[in-house]
Structure formats: C-alpha cells, structure tokens
Design a protein around this ligand. Structure first.
Ligand code: ADP
Ligand code: MG
Length: 436
C-alpha cells in the first residue's frame, strides 16, 4: 500500500494502474489518491482514457497491472455485493429499463442490500425516498422514466446510486447533453453531496470550466496518463491546456464564482512565421483589442504600451501574452512607464498607432511615437475617421499627430490597410524610403 497522509482519510487509492484493450493501451501508470469527502473532476480530450479509468475504479474493468484500494481494501478482493454497497456508478449512457417508474428505478439501487430473497423492506423504501428527496426528484416518483427531462433523468440516476448508500460516487460526464441550468443543478447537487454527506466523488467532465468551478481538485488526463492533478487554479493553465487539448486559451479568475476559467482563443493555431518581426502597438481604451488579436493571429511578434492596468487593451494584451509597458490603473503615464515603452519600441521593427482618445494622461504615448520616428522606425497611424474629435488636450494631441505625419508616418484608414503596409515593410524593410 502507498503511504497515506496523517490528517485526511484516504477514500480511494489508484496505485500505478495500467490497462489495455485489444486495440491498445488505454491507461499507463495512473496513480492518485482521493480523500474522503473530496470532489475530484477528471478532464481530458476524447480518448484520453477517462471512461476507462472509471471502469477500472468501479471494477467493471480489471487493470493489467496496479490496483485500486477502497480505503484499505483492494477492490478485487471484495465481493460484488459489498463493493456495490460502497460505490455507486452513474455511467455515461446508463441504460434505463423501459416503462419503469422513477421510484422503481431508484429502488433498484437497494439491490446490493437485499436479502437473498430479494424482498424490499420498508427501510429500503425509506432510503429510496430519502435519495429522491436529496436529488429533488421525489415529486416524480410515479412518473415513467422515459417521460422525464434529461436533467431530471440524470438526477434520478444519481438517486439510484445514492440508494446504494455508497461512500463513493463515480460519474461519467453527468452533465453531457444537459442545458446550462440543468448542468448547474447537477453540479450543485454533487457539490452538496460531497460537502454535506461527505460523499467521495470522482466524476469525468467534458467542460473544464464546470469542473474548475465545482471540484476540489482536478485530474488532467492525456493519452492514458495523468498529465497533472491539483486544485483547479494549478490545472487550468495556458500551458496545460495547450499541451493536452492543443488550443490556446485565455485564463482568468471570476470573482463572481470565485473560480478560474479558460476561454479558447480562436485562430491561434493558424500562426504563420512573421515572428522575426516585432510590431509595437501604441493604443489604449480598447482601440488596441482588435489590432492585437489580428497581429498575433497573423503571426507577428507584438509588444504594446503604455497601457493602464485594468484598461481593456491591457487585459487583451495580457491574455495574448504580449509584452507590455504597464502603468498603474487610471494613472497618467509616469516617466518610468514611458521609459519602458521606449525600450519596447527600440526592440521593435515597426510601430503601429491606433486612433485612441488622446488625453492629458496618455499624451506621452504620442511622444513615444515621435521617438520611434526619430529612431528611424517605420510608424503607421490608423486614422479611421479624420473628422472625429478624439483630442481632449486642447489641440496639443492633434499637433503632435500632425507632426508625426510631417515626419513621415504612414497614414492608413483602416486596420486592413495598416496590416498591408506592415507586410510590405517586412518584405522590403526600406520600403523605398531613402534613409540617407
Ligand atoms: P475517454 O473517456 O477519455 O474519451 P476512453 O477511456 O473511452 O477515453 O478511451 C481510451 C482509449 O481506449 C481510446 O483510444 C479508445 O478508443 C479506447 N477504447 C475505449 N473503449 C474501448 C473498447 N471497449 N474496446 C477497445 N478500445 C477501447
Ligand atoms: Mg469517455
């Protein structure tokens, strides 16, 4: 037996489990422990081995090597009946006997407890009803199981498993095919079962955000192995998701649900190789969000500044992994941030300036654009609507923009046009300009 912690009681130990189908290996050297009353979510792409792992834990499948322990007992040494009293399993496509009522189905959960004559006692009925109350399906008792909604059916199946009065509940994608409110209902139910009933729960989830929001820990699987296991915040990282799911995500923290979340960023896979070229973006107030995404998606290396922390552009830049010259939230640009911005500009091949609103707080960013031109860098201005008044500095901003144009900035009317100019410059850096 593996060693165990002092302060928590181990519910389940998966010890170095490997499993192969005829078609090939599905699990290799899988080890982890689940504490009593813990709610662990298993996530991973299709074919990662999640269902196979649940099959091994529930003893539907026998591991080729390794073992599963329920507390101290190797489950292979337990009788069928005693295991069924300890573990409930809600399989992915639990087949439901036709024409059963909800109560009949839930009562089936009492089977492992019945005497060999198979007669249900009033105690069995009481436990079945109690399970239905916990999962809020008591009002459906006499309904046919074929005539209830998907969310209700899932809660009935959980009630059946609870009627076994198990200590461990295993579920395979219990929220698949459910609408979002039914998903939340099932997740809330599982959470409360783990908290209030001290039930140990291991469940596969297809939605990693749902798992992150509700589970105590997450097991991330990939190609039959454990890629990582830990609290949601340590598992839902850009690196892990990219490695395992092959998608780039923005990872954030929701203060509303107090949980981490990851949103896939579309188009990241189509990256081309413009990486040797760095474009520095001068933007702000949300004007940089679309340009940053486009630039990154089209394969440019991108830096940006100065951006105020909490500014939309700052958040987008951060989510895209762009190097930023940051400034404190709502603060005017300080000398330090300006200097950092100039350093990023020095490290770039071209500078793109969006038509952000110019105020006293960010006028330094236009000075940075002057610096770029003076350093001999190509500068591209995107001026969507030349008549829109975006200068809140009594004309000083407008004067600097004019100065930029006089100094040789490329004026473009749209982002598409600006990107075209950039591509032209990359192919022919002198761009026909005479630098002498
Ligand atoms: P997941 O639940 O993570 O999608 P599975 O555990 O169902 O993954 O499958 C893991 C691997 O084992 C896959 O390559 C799958 O094709 C294979 N597999 C699953 N079930 C069977 C089976 N009954 N017979 C043969 N191969 C299977
Ligand atoms: Mg599966």
């Amino acid at each position: 037996m593996p060693s165990r912690g002092e302060s928590y009681l181990v519910g389940i130990t998966i010890d170095n489990v490997s499993f192969s189908y005829d078609s090939g290996e599905a699990l290799r050297d899988v080890s982890f422990e689940v504490m009593q009353g813990e709610f662990v979510g298993i996530i991973g792409p299709n074919g990662a081995g999640k269902s196979t792992l649940l099959g091994v834990i529930s003893r539907i499948l026998r591991p080729g090597s390794g073992a599963v322990y329920l507390e101290e007992m190797d489950i292979q040494e337990m009788s069928h009946k005693s295991l069924a009293r300890e573990m409930g399993f809600v399989a992915q496509d639990s087949n439901i006997p036709f024409r059963f009522t909800v109560l009949d189905l839930v009562l089936m959960g009492r089977n492992p407890h019945l005497s060999r004559f198979g007669v249900e006692t009033s105690e069995d009925l009481r436990i079945a009803k109690e399970s239905m109350t916990k999962t809020r399906v008591a009002n459906l008792a006499e309904r046919a199981v074929t005539e209830i909604s998907g969310g209700e059916r899932q809660r009935v199946l959980i009630a059946r498993a609870l009627a076994q009065t198990p200590r461990v509940l295993l579920l395979d994608e219990p929220t698949l095919h459910l609408d979002v409110s039914s998903q939340l209902e099932v997740m809330d139910l599982l959470k409360s079962l783990s908290w209030k009933e001290k039930l140990t729960i291991i469940s596969v989830f297809h939605d990693f955000n749902m798992a992150a929001r509700y589970c105590d820990r997450i097991l991330l699987m990939s190609k039959g192995r454990v890629e990582a296991v830990g609290p949601p915040g340590t598992i839902l990282t850009r690196e892990n998701i990219r490695t395992v799911f092959g998608v780039d995500v923005h990872v954030g923290h929701s203060f509303l649900t107090n949980s981490v979340y990851a949103i896939p960023i579309a188009g990241q896979k189509t990256k081309t190789s413009r990486k040797e070229w760095t474009v520095h973006l001068i933007c702000g107030g949300g004007s940089g969000a679309i340009p940053m995404r486009r630039l990154v998606n089209e394969g440019w290396e991108v830096t940006a500044g100065v951006l105020n922390i909490l500014d939309t552009d700052y958040e987008v830049a951060e989510s895209l992994g762009i190097s930023i010259a940051p400034e404190a939230p709502f603060s005017p640009i300080t000398e330090k941030a300006h200097e950092q911005n100039l350093q990023l500009i020095k490290g770039s091949n071209a500078v793109l300036v969006t038509d952000f609103l110019i105020g006293r707080g960010n006028i330094m960013n236009l000075q940075a654009a002057i610096f770029a031109l003076k350093s001999g860098l190509p500068l591209i201005l995107v001026i969507g609507d030349p008549n829109s008044d975006r200068d809140f500095t009594n004309g000083e901003g407008t004067m600097i923009v004019r100065q930029l144009i006089d100094m040789g900035a490329n004026v473009t009317k749209s982002l598409d046009e600006a990107l075209g100019v950039l591509e032209g410059l990359r192919r022919d850096p002198l761009g026909g300009r005479d630098l002498t």
